[in-house]
Design a protein around this ligand. Structure first.
Ligand code: UD2
Length: 357
């Protein structure tokens, strides 16, 4: 009698254990598939690694390296007295601001090439924005970190519409399916969360640096290793010559992206940010938390993730700033300080392209 009730108890416990195991497995499996659904019926290779999920803190690839120049490399002598005088090439906290004429492109590329780096490049093409991918990728192959290892991560809800673009050696493209949305604000803002997750699951193991770029843009000229740094931001092309009280920061104290009128260094664009994978991971994690906190308080910052990015970078100063050469807008005429346009947002019909107005 006693033996049989023990057996019953044992069977019951095993049953409960199996049930809990099943519920736990299905819950996580469903969550992971939400973002990590492989593009189907496509010939663009999708990494098996994408399924390799880890919910713990990622381990990042080693990063700090000496700036080593090959012996007997001949290049123009740097001058202490002669250089650009029409623009500031350094911030008050001594981070370089990268402009044409402030660096030697060949020297900087040779130095960084010897490090055998891989640069992750994330780009979102959700809904109709998938149509911008071909030009983005084709021009990137021509101008963006040429001869470096680049891994593109394309986040889209339309994997079947991702164009096949010929990649040079050392360059690779992964497609990661993400949900669509009927609000562009949500698509834009959710990028922080998705990039954070992608870094945890895949990018931390595959890349040294990362750039997060807008897809509705094209490259027009060299974008090289001069852009690499620990934490890199781009100065917004429309606000680079404006006083800080004109910046379109979030101005409502109720938002976690709030910046008072008498604070602010530069207005950074959400269309380009990057750096060491670890530093961008922290940035996306913090911005995501702040976005979620605002959402719980029913407040959406004026420029979604761009507002949170600006707040983050005000207190976590970037180590390198890219001038508006690295993010121009096609509808702007070139101004005298812009000697070269390297990357520029195309003219688009917002009402036609976005899911909502
Ligand atoms: C500005 C910023 C952008 C972002 C946005 C915030 C510049 C040049 N750009 O761009 O970085 O901060 O404001 O609202 O300052 N996307 C889709 N599908 C959509 C909508 C957006 O994939 O339906 C993605 C896509 O990668 C696009 C990016 O989100 O490039 C930014 O959206 P946008 O281009 O509509 O925003 P825009 O041009 O006003």
């Amino acid at each position: 009698m006693r033996f049989s009730s023990n057996v019953k108890l044992f069977v019951l416990l095993v049953g409960i254990f199996l049930l809990l195991g099943y519920v736990h497995y299905s819950f996580f499996n469903e969550r992971l598939n939400w973002v990590w659904c492989e593009a189907s019926n496509r010939d663009i290779p999708v990494d098996e690694d994408q399924r390799n999920t880890s919910l713990s803190k990622p381990i990042f690839r080693s990063r700090v390296q000496n700036i080593v120049s090959p012996e007997r490399l001949l290049y123009k002598q740097p001058s202490v007295l002669v250089g650009r005088t029409d623009v500031m090439a350094v911030t008050p906290w001594l981070a370089p601001i990268v402009w044409q004429g402030t660096f030697d492109p060949d020297l900087v590329d040779i130095i960084y090439k010897s490090m055998n780096l891989t640069i992750a490049t994330t780009v979102f093409a959700v809904g109709k924005y998938v149509r911008f991918l071909r030009d983005f990728l084709e021009t990137a192959e021509k101008y963006f970190l040429v001869d470096f290892n680049v891994r593109y991560y394309v986040f889209t809800d339309r994997p079947d519409n991702v164009p096949s673009v010929t990649m040079s050696q050392g360059r690779h493209l992964s497609v990661i399916q993400v949900p669509g949305s009927n609000r562009w604000q949500e698509i834009s803002a959710r990028r922080m969360e998705i990039i954070q997750t992608a870094i945890e699951r895949q990018i931390s193991r595959e890349a040294d640096y990362i750039f997060c770029l807008d897809v509705d843009s094209k490259f027009h000229a060299r974008w090289g290793a001069e852009s690499l740094g620990r934490l890199v931001a781009v100065i917004h092309p429309e606000l680079y010559n404006q006083p800080r009280d004109r910046f379109s920061y979030e101005r409502r104290p109720a938002s976690t992206a709030y910046i008072p009128m008498d604070e602010g260094d530069y207005y950074y664009a959400g269309a380009v940010f990057g750096g060491f994978v670890e530093d961008v991971y922290t940035l996306t994690k913090v911005c995501r938390k702040q976005l979620e906190k605002d959402a719980r308080n029913s407040i959406e910052a004026a420029w979604q993730e761009e507002s949170h990015l600006n707040r983050y970078l005000l207190y976590n100063k970037p180590s390198k700033l890219l001038s508006p050469e690295y993010l121009w807008q096609d509808f702007h005429g070139k101004t005298k300080e812009i000697k070269v346009i390297r990357f520029s947002g195309i003219i688009k019909n917002y009402a036609e392209i976005r899911p909502n107005v």
